[in-house]
Design a protein around this ligand. Structure first.
Ligand code: PMP
Length: 312
């Protein structure tokens, strides 16, 4: 069973609040119609002792796009967003332990898009040990079409089908599942995008095949350019999962998780994806910086635990 972390503080209603105090009403649209949009962000400790969030402005921009699409007000500036995320992780930092935050913009009130009132909640967690390699299978559940439930919008409704895929995967012994789109082609996984390597070339389905507009995929595309590895966004047929030389799931939280087996077919020891993964890790830890890996770093002083004391 997954052990849920319960941090002491959350960012709620415009500032840091004690976890237990962050409450909203049972009649809110977030409860009644499950209306929200969200982001998952990740940060890394840097060699100079600072804590660096990865691609905060890009996550802010995607949250804004999702909110706009679903007519949810979100007027926070990018700078306020950066400050809010940093102030929250400062309440629970432990040098060396990387952290991630979930930003959820939920709707408090406003029926059917009228008089909508929203609120942003940020929760921060320590990153638990992630597997570097996993097995997977193809789910019988499908990604929604763009005119039904657009996969590029990061809203909870989209995660109901991936939840079903997760439950299905558990019954088949797979921790992660691949979802196809309405045409039977590869879309993405439960919570990440998919990379397939054939003959040395990295291939990934474009968003119109039912994938989220992934920030990690954009970064990997730029890393590949630097590394001289061919990279292509194009539809992927299901048969290519069988013919693939290497495969991986990629996303902000799970970085590059190599796939060792898909529906019982074992994949070879990955070479291309392993080298990209190493380059990615070197960049996010600033051991080998890359222009596509933008980190918003703030120094941390353990003797001045910032907003932690202010909130207490
Ligand atoms: N697809 C889904 C369904 C996801 O939840 C995520 C994680 N945000 C991704 C893809 C990867 O997106 P990103 O690289 O921006 O984290």
């Amino acid at each position: 069973m997954v052990q849920l972390q319960k941090p002491k503080y959350v960012w709620f209603g415009g500032g840091i609040t004690v976890w237990e105090e962050a409450r909203f009403h049972v009649s809110s649209e977030a409860v009644v119609r499950g209306l929200n949009v969200f982001e998952g962000l990740r940060g890394y400790w840097q060699p100079d002792g600072s804590f660096g969030f990865l691609a905060l402005p890009r996550h802010w921009a995607r949250l804004k796009r999702s909110a706009k699409f679903l007519h949810i007000p979100f007027d926070m500036t990018c700078q306020e967003w950066i400050d809010a995320n940093h102030s929250l992780v400062q309440t629970m930092y432990e040098p060396g332990r990387s952290m991630w935050t979930r930003a959820t913009l939920y709707v408090e009130e406003g029926h059917w898009g009228e008089g909508t009132k929203s609120n942003l909640v940020l929760t921060a967690f320590h990153v638990m040990n992630m597997p570097t390699s996993i097995t997977t299978g193809v789910s019988t559940w499908q990604r929604g079409a763009d005119n039904a439930l657009p996969a590029r919008i990061k809203t909870s409704s989209n995660y109901q089908v991936t939840r079903l895929a997760k439950v299905e995967g558990r019954s088949r012994g797979y921790p992660e599942m691949i979802l196809l789109n309405q045409h039977g082609r590869v879309a993405e996984s439960i919570g990440s995008c998919i990379l397939v390597v054939r003959d040395g070339k990295v291939i990934t389905p474009p968003w119109w095949e039912g994938a989220l507009e992934s920030i990690t995929v954009d970064i990997i595309e730029e890393l590949c350019k630097t590394m001289g590895i061919p990279f292509e966004r194009r539809p992927i047929e299901r048969t290519e999962l069988v013919f693939a030389d290497e495969m991986a799931f990629v996303g902000t939280l799970n970085e590059i998780t190599l796939i060792s087996e898909c529906d019982g077919d074992k994949l070879r020891e990955p070479r291309v994806l392993k080298s990209i993964s190493q380059r990615y890790l070197n960049a996010v830890h600033s051991l080998e910086p890359h222009p596509a890996v933008d980190l918003q770093c703030r120094p941390y002083d353990p003797r001045q635990p910032g907003l932690l004391s202010a909130a207490e």
